[in-house]
Design a protein around this ligand. Structure first.
Ligand SMILES: Nc1nc2c(c(=O)[nH]1)N[C@H]1C(S)=C(S)[C@@H](COP(=O)(O)O)O[C@H]1N2
Ligand SMILES: [Mo]
Length: 317
């Protein structure tokens, strides 16, 4: 195990990384990031996984850390519908049918929506946002997502006054997903947020990764990203977003309520029964690299701590 872990970086990984880095330099040099976005090949919107996307680069949410290699982000995954092994999603997700795709926004809204991918991609300008991703299993990555704030979508559905929560439901494709035959979770994979969390500008509706439409193993064609919460909240391959007046029960809360709470805010002071949350293993930093201390709210405390003012975060884990 030690031996295979210390194998030098594969040439394919170096290529991924250097290509991305030179593109990033260009983005930084461009007078307006849009100038480069306009020069990117491809059409205004992408439908197949891995298509180039048009986007600008967000400076508001930039993190200092170097992004994780693309090959690590796409090959070290949790997507239990394809199996519980970290390599199962990259091995099996190719079978997922992502075209055509329909995302429904319903429940306590004045204007229910039923959108195809073309409509989703045209709804608001796409931005690249480099976010930290912290899994409850105590590993982390830094990921250049492409998307826009989920609030853009929700506000178009015109939330009603009694809407307080949002439930996210993900695709259930029996033919493509061998994991659905296991009873490890109640399928389809479901998650939830409070409406104010869902409307926070950091909360991202992601359609891309490393400048291209999402690979299937990372949640193609459209997924949720909530960077201050443990990774399991960031549901992949969304098919339904429902506004409700009561707290949704997520798949993980249902199967193990003592391990997974509704909030799941990254919190180094509150250990999970099986994993300390105090430190994290940075994927790609090498097996012997020192673990990094985990930050409250995954480093986004300044932006989001106010959402939880007065709440006991040990009880509301
Ligand atoms: N539908 C679905 N979404 C999911 C999961 C899953 O098993 N099924 N795993 C979650 C977990 S535990 C993590 S850490 C993140 C990982 O996202 P990534 O594979 O893009 O890194 O996806 C989350 N979203
Ligand atoms: Mo996770």
């Amino acid at each position: 195990m030690f031996k295979s872990r210390s194998v030098p970086v594969r040439p394919s990984e170096i290529t991924d990384e250097s290509v991305w880095r030179s593109r990033r330099r260009l983005l930084l040099q461009a007078p307006g990031a849009l100038a480069l976005a306009a020069a990117l090949p491809g059409r205004a919107h992408a439908l197949a996984a891995g298509e180039p996307l048009n986007f600008s680069r967000s400076t508001r949410w930039a993190v200092q850390e170097e992004p994780t290699r693309e090959s690590d982000i796409t090959s070290y995954n949790n997507y239990y519908e394809f199996g519980t092994g970290k390599e199962d999603p990259s091995r099996y997700a190719g079978a997922l049918k992502t075209e055509p795709w329909t995302l429904v926004v319903d429940g306590l809204v004045g204007k229910p929506l039923k959108l195809d991918m073309d409509q989703i991609l045209r709804l608001a300008p796409l931005e690249e946002r480099v976010y930290r991703l912290r899994c409850v299993e105590a590993w982390s990555m830094v990921v250049p997502w492409v998307g826009y704030s989920l609030s853009e979508l929700i506000k178009r559905a015109e939330p009603l006054g009694d809407a307080r929560f949002v439930r996210f439901e993900t695709v259930r494709d029996e033919a493509a997903m061998p994991g659905l035959r296991s009873s490890i979770l109640d399928w389809p994979y479901a998650e939830g947020l409070r409406l104010d969390e869902a409307m926070h500008p950091l909360t991202l509706l992601a359609t891309g990764l490393y400048g291209k439409s999402l690979p299937k193993q990372n949640g193609a064609p459209v997924r949720l990203i909530v960077p201050w919460k443990y990774g399991f909240k960031s549901a992949k391959s969304l098919v339904r977003i429902t506004l409700t007046d009561s707290m949704p029960v997520s798949s993980w809360m249902q199967v193990a309520p003592h391990e997974y709470g509704f909030y799941a805010n990254v919190n180094p002071a509150v250990p999970h029964p099986r994993w300390s949350q105090a430190t994290e293993r940075v994927i790609g930093s090498g097996f012997f690299a020192a673990k990094k201390p985990t930050l409250p709210f995954n480093g986004y405390a300044e932006d989001v701590a106010g959402l939880y003012a007065g709440m006991d975060l040990k009880r509301n884990y």
